[in-house]
Design a binder for this molecule. Structure first.
Ligand SMILES: N[C@@H](CCC(=O)N[C@@H](CS)C(=O)NCC(=O)O)C(=O)O
Length: 210
């Protein structure tokens, strides 16, 4: 099936995810690199596309979707590719869900985005250094648990590199930029994943690379 794919959004850990998955799958897509808090998510054109007025957004033919996790999962299942693991059994799907929910819920939303809201975005949401510090500690606690559960595997799930790795790696990179010290095993995992060519292309596309 060949349709016209557009990805809206660049510049954040959340927008990196679908760009990375599209690169892993070798998809042809048009990138509209609008950024957060630039006013570009407030235009009538964008609001018509996503009433939530958040990036990233995917448009695939006449189908549109927001939420980074949902977009990545959609691409992986719509356009299966050798290099990205796609769970098939009910148990495998549930295991992937468990990891992604934990990573998204505890690292992305509850730790890193809280640090962003009350750190970099303190002028909007209130500057709260104690909240930032407590969130950092909270992240560290969950990172230790993730390190224990991951062991020396090179991908989160035994089936190979997949959605849970996209979620984890983007949070690890985000954590490092916020000065969170990663447990050594997780840092090794991060470096192994960062060696993926598709990841490197996606980082350049998402954050710019000169
Ligand atoms: N849960 C959403 C979060 C999306 C989100 O909050 N995006 C931010 C940028 S990271 C945004 O679009 N902010 C709107 C704006 O500031 O203009 C996801 O994972 O896609």
């Amino acid at each position: 099936m060949k349709r016209s794919i557009t990805l809206w959004g660049a510049g954040t850990a959340r927008t990196l995810r679908p760009i990375w998955v599209a690169e892993e799958l070798g998809l042809q897509y048009d990138l509209k690199p609008i950024g957060p808090r630039t006013g570009e998510t407030s235009t009538p054109e964008f609001a018509a596309l996503n009433r939530r007025q958040k990036i990233p957004v995917l448009v695939d033919g006449d189908f549109s979707l927001s939420e980074s996790l949902a977009i990545c999962r959609y691409l992986i299942h719509r356009y299966p590719g050798e290099s990205v693991y796609r769970p098939t059994s009910v148990e495998e799907c549930a295991r992937e869900d468990e990891w992604c929910s934990h990573i998204y819920g505890e690292l992305d939303e509850t730790s890193l985005y809280v640090m962003r809201r009350h750190g970099d975005l303190g002028h909007i949401y209130g500057s709260a250094p104690n909240v930032v510090e407590a969130s950092k500690e909270y992240a560290t606690r969950h990172l230790r648990a993730i390190e224990d559960m991951l062991g020396d595997r090179s991908s989160v799930l035994d089936g190979g590199f997949g959605l849970a790795d996209v979620m984890l790696q983007t949070c690890l990179e985000w954590a490092v930029t916020y000065g969170v010290e990663l447990p050594s095993g997780l840092d090794r995992y991060r470096h192994r994943i960062a060696a993926r060519k598709a990841f490197q292309r996606a980082v350049t596309l998402n954050f710019g690379g000169g």
